[in-house]
Design a protein around this ligand. Structure first.
Ligand code: DC
Length: 224
């Protein structure tokens, strides 16, 4: 058992989990742990090293032989693979297209969950992902399941990519988000699923500030 306070934020791709989680962590003075970034980093490494995204054992070996580091201090939330900063590289369309396959393998998930649990026991933390409330932190102080319509999520990703100076294709994003929803919710191991005791927030019609405020108030309530 641990005395650290943990907040789990799960939901489908593009529901705004990471921006919201980052802001909540900042307001609470908690660490922010982006579990999706860890699966993305392994995907990036596999593509670079020519490891098949369909070979669970080879991916597991690659993960065990390397080191994913999340810089959880400050604003940046930078991600490193064996000391190389991959923060931007893990957001590419190529990684987007392959990450669900990588995240579908049981040995990969087991190792990732262990790393995430270790990080969360060390400090108060906000974790975002797909299975944080259901598998990584079943005893989190607060679990939130964030959703929004596919259209709204594609719009947000589109604007985010443009704001980051990246090329973006709205139709492609829409298709890809729908496809990832399908893959992430129907995979055999730890599918995307709302934990029974999670609070569900549909953010389609909510502003960013409203979402942050609602979750912040819930954390305060739970930890009072
Ligand atoms: O949140 P994201 O889009 O960065 O996540 C990338 C992918 O990683 C997503 O398609 C599903 C997978 N993922 C997962 O299976 N479990 C998590 N806890 C986080 C992400």
């Amino acid at each position: 058992m641990t005395n650290s306070v943990n907040v789990a934020i799960d939901g489908p791709a593009g529901a705004g989990k990471s921006t919201v989680a980052k802001q909540i962590a900042k307001r609470l003075g908690f660490l922010y742990i982006d579990t999706g970034a860890m699966y993305r980093t392994l995907t990036y490494a596999a593509l670079r090293e020519g490891v098949s995204v369909h070979d669970g054992q080879a991916l597991y070996k690659l993960l065990e032989g390397g080191r994913i580091e999340l810089d959880t201090s400050g604003q940046g939330a930078n991600v490193f693979w064996n000391e190389t900063d991959v923060t931007e590289a893990i957001r590419s369309n190529e990684v987007n297209a392959n990450v669900s396959a990588v995240a579908s393998h049981e040995p990969v998930r087991r190792a990732m969950v262990q790393q995430q649990q270790l990080l969360a026991t060390k400090a108060n933390a906000v974790l975002d992902g797909r299975d944080v409330g259901t598998h990584v932190l079943p005893h989190a102080n607060l679990k939130v399941f964030l959703t929004a319509s596919v259209l709204e999520r594609a719009k947000r990703r589109y604007e985010e990519q443009l704001a980051n100076g990246m090329d973006s294709d709205f139709e492609l994003l829409k298709r890809e988000i729908a496809m990832r929803d399908e893959l992430d919710s129907t995979r055999e191991v730890a599918p995307l699923q709302k934990a029974e005791d999670a609070v569900e927030l549909d953010t389609t019609l909510m502003t960013f500030e409203e979402v942050v405020e609602t979750i912040y108030d819930l954390v305060k309530e739970r930890t009072a």
